[in-house]
Design a protein. Sequence first.
Length: 98
Amino acid sequence: GSRCCSSETISFHYVEAMETYALFQLLSIGTEEMNRLSDTELGTIVMNKWPERKDLGYYAHPLPIQTDKFWKDTLAVIRKISFSGGSKLKLQMCNAHN
């Protein structure tokens, strides 16, 4: 559910390369822009960034269907772990990867 992750999340276990890249891109959106996006807009971005089933790693799962009860939780978690609070550590991680 949406309470699963800290707003200060810095790592994910059992997340492989394609999912890591997608999460990095989503988390890089930033808090201000994230707050301006509607669920529909954010959902479109998530769907475009997340790897297709054939590209998912061994531990990965495809995204929930947008009408599924878990879809809103997925969006809530992405909003929660984006650059909320301006985490310096997250910013340093992103700068190190650029």
